[in-house]
Design a protein around this ligand. Structure first.
Ligand SMILES: [Zn+2]
Length: 127
């Protein structure tokens, strides 16, 4: 049987994809990563091809999407506690990338990480 793949999400960095991958596999969803090897060897090339793509079988699409929405990268601090929104206090912050201009496309590591609240969309920039 020829199974089709569904790209659930693309990540910029390999470290970010591992969390979701582990969670999906724990729930019995087979996970396939594309372009990961290229990414590890050369971050500039990986940026050009769109980072790591996390794919699942189409038959797992709904289950995988559900899990993704549940766990999707709620940002944590260095102690592993959920970051809370300075505006509405919700603990539903996710990492937010604000790529503008060619410079940051070429050199994403110069950009500081920001966090976006999924509740009120407040964007914060940790000092
Ligand atoms: Zn908020």
């Amino acid at each position: 049987m020829n199974q089709e793949f569904y790209t659930l999400v693309a990540f910029e960095y390999v470290a970010d994809v591992q969390i979701l991958k582990g969670r999906l596999e724990a729930d019995g969803v087979p996970v396939f990563l594309r372009d990961e090897n290229t990414l590890n060897s050369d971050p500039l090339i990986s940026n050009a091809i769109g980072g790591v793509k996390l794919q699942v079988y189409y038959s797992d699409k709904e289950k995988a999407t559900e899990i993704y929405n549940e766990v999707r990268a709620y940002a944590v601090d260095d102690q592993g506690n959920l970051r809370s929104c300075p505006n509405c206090k919700a603990e539903r912050m996710e990492i937010y990338y604000n790529r503008k201009g060619l410079f940051y496309k070429l050199f994403p590591f110069f950009e500081k990480r920001k966090y976006k609240c999924l509740n009120c969309e407040f964007i914060t920039e940790p000092s």
